[in-house]
Ligand binder design. Sequence first.
Ligand code: ZN
Ligand code: ZN
Length: 173
Amino acid sequence: MRCASGASIIVQEVMEEEWTALQSEDRRLPSLWGPQGMAEDYDELAVFEEIQQELMSQEMGIIEEYERNLQFEQQYISSVVEGMEVVHIICPVCCMQNLHINSHFISCPCGVHINTKKQNITPDVLQHLLESRLSEHMENCFHNPVFSVAASTDNPSSLMISCQVCDYLSIVL
Ligand SMILES: [Zn+2]
Ligand SMILES: [Zn+2]
């Protein structure tokens, strides 16, 4: 919705007020009117035009600000839509919650916390890693593998996939 017409109404209202103010000023100063009435009238017109110019530029300012807000709003909406398009990956360890994935770590309320600072893991990359490990295991075994986080004091924790039936063990991440 554009509010340009609304701004015009405001300009008109303000101008009417100015006009009324000018008229009442004239009434207070009747001596200004007289033989030079026409000249005064001309000056007044110039002042009036000046006010109009000023109000028009104010109106432009209002419109510009409105458009800036609109632009911001659109950016916000598109960022929200982008956020919704992000692949949600259910935590493979607890199979309950969505993994929280950012540029620094992957985490889950169940306790999974894997530092990914140097690996640039996006949800797409992680999904691909999980799928490739799962299909790798499925080539030889029909059982469901389990995911776990292996943590040691020396190395940063990593996500492991393992299967007790076929002794498959691999690092996902
Ligand atoms: Zn979890
Ligand atoms: Zn297996």
